[in-house]
Design a protein around this ligand. Structure first.
Ligand SMILES: Cc1ncc(COP(=O)(O)OP(=O)(O)O)c(N)n1
Ligand code: TZP
Length: 539
């Protein structure tokens, strides 16, 4: 790396051994800064990050990335929008600057009312905006300032006026706790020096440090020819190389914003700077890894999923991301007594039903001992997962959680779908038995994914179960905002007539005895599937 041609403004640093941000900020307000008639900003119940950045219409970077990253890491995120971009996976199609006076207004609204722990900056597209921000920070000191010097989007589009460069360095960096340039931004900040190696990154970090921030993180994610993503962290004394896996993916749009806002979130929670950076790097790497195979948009660089943890245990059950209503088509419900009668294990019965064409499985094992049931349920989860068929558990949320099933089916006398949703989280499938429009309405309000409606015909499987007939089924389907599966006395002789009703949200039939109270589960399931398919084609 050639030496930096620009002379940094030297500024005395506070001791870099300060390890947390609970102390007041260095930039104390002048005695005149806060008008005495203004009520002081009220303490927040959560760690609070204010992001001052641009909006990304595609939702991958900018304000949108910041809000999601903070939410994922447990911090509240307020926002001051500096610019509105028209942007997608192909690049930036337009930038509309928010008038400076209105940026001042947004800053004042948030900072005067709610106590902010950390300010994180992204796109600051004009000299005036940088100045307004610095003034606001002097007036309303915060615990830490994280500066992501966004100058060029990853697609190569310019996101700031070149004249902001000196302004950035001279004014904002001097107030910053950490500055997080990538190699391109570091090069730009240092007058175009070229950065090819980790040693160049160290030199760049040292040069940027001289502009005034307490810490510098030069990010090497864009450095070519490395199997690792190496970032250089510098605290004015020591260089630390932070090594991560380079995730092979096109879905990297917004990584810089996400990293900086994740650092801000961790600082707001009280982390030391190095810990915050490590957590943030780890978070970005995990999010990229979870999203690496997604195809989003038509352009070369897609966004990634900041909320991937909501889809992982313990918040999800299984791999189901979004409930596919078509899976209700041939819904098979097991029965331990029937399996015993025919000498079938639950596992074999489930395997055979799937082989015959079942599209979703429910384990309804009313007599099973919990420990034995869990063992069988775990085996069935594996069987279903390998076939891509969702597996639900009847009534037993505990078993569903313990075996990582895809969801739970509950009846009107079981715990409510709302409570089940709270226990299982958002990624799970919840079904509710409904016999009336009011129950269907309640299931929708409670966050269920589908309803089971019946008995359509008389059944021996469930004692004292009223028969609704086609009229009752139609009434409930018509009232239901959720997809419906019909249940009760359905077999190969009447299943076709149920599907031929042609009710749009009636997605399939659920069957117990016609499949499991039989010697050959696979043959019966296959026959039923072909009858349903023909009926569907005839509607
Ligand atoms: C798909 C489907 N629909 C309805 C039921 C009946 O559930 P529930 O009312 O909880 O009665 P029991 O199954 O517990 O007897 C179901 N299991 N599946
Ligand atoms: C569990 C249940 N809920 C309403 S009817 C019924 C039993 C369905 O069993 P079958 O398919 O053997 O009639």
């Amino acid at each position: 790396m050639s030496s930096a041609p620009l002379q940094p403004i030297l500024r005395p640093h506070p001791p870099s051994s300060i390890s947390s941000f609970s102390s007041p900020r260095r930039t104390q307000p002048s005695p005149r800064a806060r008008p005495c008639r203004l009520a002081a900003a009220r303490e927040m119940p959560w760690p609070h990050v204010l992001t001052v950045a641009g909006s990304d219409s595609g939702g991958g970077a900018g304000i949108q990335a910041d809000v999601k990253a903070c939410a994922a890491l447990g911090a509240y995120c307020s926002s001051v929008i500096t610019a509105v971009t028209a942007q997608n996976t192909a690049g930036v199609q337009g930038v509309h600057l928010v008038p400076e006076g209105f940026i001042r207004k947004q800053l004042n609204s948030v900072l005067s009312d709610m106590s902010v722990d950390v300010v994180k900056t992204g796109m600051l597209p004009s000299v005036g905006i940088v100045q307004i921000l610095c003034e606001s920070l002097r007036k309303f000191p915060v615990k830490a300032l994280v500066v992501d010097p966004v100058m060029v989007s990853t697609s190569g589009d310019s996101l700031s006026d070149p004249s902001t460069l000196t302004n950035y360095r001279d004014e904002l960096f001097a107030m910053a706790d950490i500055v997080t340039p990538n190699v391109k931004e570091a090069s730009k900040l240092l007058g175009g020096v070229s950065l090819h190696t980790v040693s160049d990154m160290r030199d760049a970090a040292a040069s940027i440090y001289k502009f005034g921030p307490r810490y510098v993180l030069v990010k090497g994610g864009d450095m070519p020819d490395s199997s690792e993503a190496i970032d250089v962290f510098y605290d004015g004394k020591e260089f630390i190389e932070l090594r991560g896996h380079r995730i092979k993916t096109c879905n990297t749009h917004g990584t810089g914003c996400t990293l900086a806002s994740s650092i801000a979130a961790e600082l707001a929670k009280g982390s030391t700077m190095l810990h915050a950076v490590r957590v943030a790097k780890n978070f970005v790497e995990s999010a990229l890894d979870h999203s690496k195979d997604l195809t989003i948009g038509n352009g070369p660089q897609g966004p990634f999923d900041h909320l991937f943890r909501l889809k992982c245990p313990p918040y999800n059950i299984g791999s189901q991301q979004r409930f596919n209503q078509d899976s209700l088509f041939l819904y098979v419900v097991t029965d331990s007594r029937m399996n015993k009668r025919w000498g079938h294990s639950i596992e074999d019965a489930v395997k055979d039903a799937i082989e015959g064409g079942a599209t979703i499985v429910q384990l309804r094992e009313k007599d099973a001992e919990s420990r034995e049931f869990l063992k069988a349920a775990k085996a069935c989860v594996e069987i279903c997962k390998s076939s891509g068929v969702p597996l639900l558990i009847n009534d037993r949320v505990d078993i569903a959680l313990a075996c990582n099933a895809d969801g739970v089916h509950v009846g009107q006398s079981d715990i409510s779908a709302r409570e089940v949703r709270e226990l299982l989280g958002p990624g799970k499938i919840i079904g509710v038995s409904c016999k009336t429009p009011a129950q269907a309405e309640q299931a929708w309000n409670d966050g269920a994914d589908y309803i089971g409606c019946g008995g359509v015909f008389p059944t021996m499987t469930k004692a004292n179960n009223p028969t609704l007939g086609f009229e009752g089924l139609k009434t409930v389907c018509l009232a239901s905002k959720l997809p419906v599966v019909a249940i009760g006395g359905i077999n190969t002789t009447n299943a076709g007539s149920v599907m031929e009703l042609g009710i749009p949200n009636l997605k399939g039939v659920a069957v117990v005895s016609a499949l499991f109270d039989r010697e050959c589960v696979m043959t019966e399931t296959r026959n039923l599937r072909s009858i349903l398919t023909s009926a569907l084609c005839s509607v």
